[in-house]
Ligand binder design. Structure first.
Ligand SMILES: [Zn+2]
Length: 447
């Protein structure tokens, strides 16, 4: 996804941003929101230990404040608020490593010409709530117009808006005429916006710095052409190896990870060689790309669900024919290549490109991953321990363990037997606060 909606009100928007930047703390991802209960004990028929893959029966999770205090066999916890979830499986909060939480699917032309970033900014909180209520307690948001993602992240962290913990990339960085640019329209059509378009090593380094200056947690680079934009061939590389190396060097120098959008095999290889932390989409990855990813430990984030949605909805969304031709080319190939990458043992993290399809449907991708050859536990690991590792938060989230964030979701049944149960989570806790399923399950204070 890239089709960033453009706006024309740069002056007033920029002034608002400057104020926000002045008020915001530099690292707000873990700032606490509504105050959690001091002590809670959550019980369900099963607890899934994602690291071992074992289901633990008759277990409970004790939560103190915003952290997990203990995981162990059922026992009384005097003074704790008890939450009884019955025939459900408790898992760590899910993580989607590729969202665009500031936009939702809509009419192609309406989104480009009739909506400004202000429209996005006032609606984005709804997508954030839907994402959290779907069990995704953390997302890595990889590209948004006008730093709306960063403002949303900050509002959630301050407790003003309900949503997942967000790691935000700010503006996606890409070449003139590429997937991060707006192509296919009159040369006289111009939008006054912050832009991630940059050519050459110096400009690219400067864009990295601008993103970091405005609060980006990571850097998103567009290494090849894309699907949902009107530039040419979907697989074409759009940065040279030297340009990619400069971008990665600059980002890593500031301690920021890099997510690379890449569909074509050549661009994927360049991105991995340049040292990106994840290759996203990876649709046309070849054997050499898979080998390189394994050798370098690069994560693949393959969004294998959204093809179904695009091909079902493109007429209603009025995507130009050029875009649909591209989707038809890559959608099925991506699933075949996902299977090859899984068989080869490449590191996989869960990412959906939510925004291409409605936010809150993120978990529909689990079934596609299993269909394409991944064991259910591996698909769940991709969205928990592996995702947490990719985000650099392996010590804070991704599994249910003492000292980690109290991010818990419950699936109504056993998700190892049926991953589609993750599409209907019955309970969501983030940072010790219950956002879904609490009212019916709370049974009072333990004697
Ligand atoms: Zn995307």
């Amino acid at each position: 996804m890239q089709r960033f909606d453009m706006g024309t009100r740069r002056c007033s928007w920029a002034a608002g941003l400057a104020l926000a930047a002045a008020l915001a703390l530099p690292v707000v991802v873990f700032t606490q929101e509504p105050t959690p209960q001091p002590l809670t004990v959550v019980r369900a028929a099963r607890v899934l230990d994602v690291t071992t893959g074992q289901l633990l029966y008759n277990y409970q999770v004790v939560v103190e404040g915003d952290l997990v205090k203990a995981v162990g066999p059922r026992a009384a916890v005097p003074g704790a608020t008890a939450v009884e979830l019955g025939d459900a499986t408790l898992l760590p909060g899910l993580i989607d490593c590729h969202t665009h939480i500031t936009q939702d699917p809509g009419d192609y032309y309406d989104q480009i010409f009739r909506r400004s970033p202000i429209d996005l900014a006032v609606a984005a909180h709804r997508y954030a709530r839907r994402t959290l209520e779907a069990g995704f307690t953390t997302v890595r948001d990889v590209g948004a117009a006008e730093f709306v993602d960063i403002a949303l992240r900050n509002a959630i962290a301050r407790g003003e808006v309900v949503g997942p913990r967000i790691l935000a990339a700010g503006l996606a960085i890409g070449a003139t005429g590429g997937h991060a640019d707006l192509s296919g329209f009159s040369p006289y059509l111009k939008f006054e916006t912050f832009s991630g378009v940059a050519d050459g090593e110096d400009e690219i380094r400067r864009k990295v710095r601008i993103n970091i200056k405005h609060g980006a947690d990571l850097i998103k680079v567009v290494a090849t052409a894309g699907v949902l934009s009107e530039e040419e061939s979907v697989g074409a590389p759009q940065y040279t190896l030297d340009e990619l190396r400069a971008l990665v060097d600059e980002a890593h120098m500031w301690g920021k990870k890099v997510a690379a959008h890449a569909h074509g095999a050549e661009g994927i290889r360049r991105a991995i060689e340049a040292g990106v932390d994840s290759v996203d989409h990876a649709s046309l990855i070849d054997d050499e790309g898979i080998r390189l990813a394994r050798a370098r430990g690069t994560y693949l984030v393959m969004d294998v669900y959204n093809d179904d949605y695009i091909l079902a909805e493109y007429r209603r969304l009025r995507y130009p024919e050029k875009i649909i031709e591209k989707e038809r080319k890559v959608g099925q190939l991506q699933r075949e290549n996902f299977r090859k990458a899984v068989q080869a043992g490449a590191k996989m993290a869960f990412g959906t490109d939510a925004a291409v399809f409605p936010h809150g449907w993120n978990a529909r991708q689990f079934a596609k991953m299993v269909e394409a050859g991944q064991a259910p536990i591996e698909a769940i690991r991709a969205a928990t321990v592996h995702a947490a590792d990719l985000l650099g938060l392996g010590d804070r989230i991704g599994s249910i363990a003492p000292g980690k964030a109290a991010d818990l979701v419950a699936a109504p049944g056993n998700p190892l037997a049926d991953v589609t149960l993750l599409e209907r989570v019955s309970f969501v806790m983030k940072g010790g606060v219950i956002y879904k399923g609490g009212a019916a399950a709370r049974t009072g204070i333990e004697p």
